[in-house]
Ligand binder design. Sequence first.
Ligand code: GLN
Length: 521
Amino acid sequence: MTELIKLTAAEAAAKLAAGEITSVELTQAHLDHIAATDGAQGLNAFLHVNAEEALAEAAAVDADRAAGKELPALAGVPIAIKDLIVTKGQPTTAASKMLEGWMSPYDGTVTQKVRAARMPILGKTNLDEFAMGSSNEHSAFGPVRNPWDLQRVPGGSGGGSAAAVSAFQAPLALGTDTGGSIRQPAALTGSVGVKPTYGSVSRSGVIAMASSLDQVGPCARTVLDTALLHEVIAGHDPLDSTSLNEPVPAFAQAAREGAQEGSLKGLRVGVIKELGGGSGKGFQHGVIARFMDSLELLQAAGAEIVEVSLPSVQHAISAYYMIMSSEVSSNLARYDGVRYGLRVVPEDGPVTIERVMAATRAAGFGNEVKRRIILGTYALSAGNFEAYYGAALKVRTLIQRDYAAAFEKVDVLVSPTSPTTAFKLGEKTKGDPTAMYLGDIATVPTNLAGVPSISLPAGVAEEDGMPVGIQFTAPAREDARLYRVAAGLEKLLTDKWGAPFYTRIPDVTETIRDFDFGGTK
Ligand code: GLN
C-alpha cells in the first residue's frame, strides 16, 4: 500500500493544490490498490472499474492546475459511485441481472456534479440488488466482503461504497440511503456515512427504490471528508420534484468548527430510549459499551445528556417495510423487457407482451426483489390498501411527530447505528428474511421522518474486534449541525485513541492473500 491511498480527501486536496502530488499519481495509486484487492477473489466492492476515463480526467485536472486555472476544492480527488446512480459511458446495473450491461444515455445530477467538481470517477460499487438488503448478499454479482474480516458482511445495501472507502480503494464514495444503506455499512466497516435531509440532494438519475425515502449521500473515512463531498452533491435540482430550493450550507466549515475545543459545550443530546438507551435491550454488548464511552466523552466535553422517548419507533420496521415495498412494487414495474436491459422471450408458446414481461421479470429479478414486489403489490391492492399501506402512513406521521417533539427538547438525537457489529456471510440469509430486516431498527426511522443522520466509528466491540457505529440525527435542514457535532465527537475519540480510527483498519492486501475464498462462498 502506498502512502497516497492513506490520505484523507481533505489532505489529498491540500497536497494537490500545493503541487506536492498529482492527480494522476493519486488516481493510479487507488486503481493499483483496487486491482490488488478487488474482484471475486477479493473484496468485490466494484462492479466496474473505470481506469482509463479516471486517469484521463486526472491528467486533465493536472494540466489545468499547471496552467494556473482555478479549480474546485476536490479537483483531482478520485471517487467511487454506487451502481444505483446512472453514469454515462459506464454500465449501471443496480447489481441486478435485469440491468446487466445496460448503459445509461445520460448522467444523474449527482454524477454531473461530481464531474463538474473535476473528481476522477474510479468506478461503480457493488450493492444489494436495487438497494434492497442490509448485507450486500443480495447482489446478483456476488457479495462484498468486510475489510475487517473477510468472512463477514460489510452491511448493505451500500456495502461496496463502504468497503471501498474503508479498504483505502477510494477516499470518497457516493451511496444512497432509503432505510440505512449509507449509515449501516459505514457502521459495519468503521467508516463515516451521511443520509442528508430528504430533498436536499437530487434523486434525478438515481434508480428509484422507494422515492419518498431515497436520498443520496457521502461515504468517507472522516467526518470532514463527508462534509466536503456533501457540498459537492447538494443543491436544488428542477429535475427532482421533491428537491428543496435552498442554498447549500457550509458543511465543511461546520465540521472544522466542530473539531475546535469547546464546540460541544451546552449541546443538548437526546439518547433515544427505544434505540439503545435505557436498558440497551436488543443491542449487542460491545455496541452498547462503545456507545456509552462516547456519551461519557460528550458529557465530559460539556454536552448535556438527556434521555428522550420516541414511542412510535417500535413500529418503524413494520411501517418502513410496508411503505418501502409498496413504492418498490410501483417503481420496479418499469422493468418489463421492453424498455430497459434484459428481455427474455419464452421459447415455446405465443409471444405476447404479458408472457415476455413475466419471463423477463422471473429471470431478471432475484428472490429478495421479488419478495418485496409481491409484498408491496399485496399491500396496495384495493382490498388491503387501507389496512396495510394506509396504516403504515399513519405510523409514519406519528414517527415524524415523535421527532418533532424530541427536537423541542434537544439539539441532536443519538443512538448506536446498528444493534450489532458485522455478521458472518450466510448467517442471515437462510430462513426467515425478517431476521435481517430487524437489524434496520435504528436507521429506518430517520428516513420515515425525512431528517438527516450521520454514522461515525465509536471504536470496536471487544467480543469480536469489529467496528461499532454511533449515529447522530438532527432536525430537517440542520445537516450542518450534524457535521459540527460529529466532528466534535470524532476529535474527542481521536484524542483518546491517540490516532484517527481509520489508522486501525486492517491492510486487506495481506488478509486476501491468505484467505480461502472457496470456503465461504
Ligand atoms: N436495509 C434496508 C432495506 O433492506 C435499507 C435499504 C436502503 O437503504 N437502500 O430496505
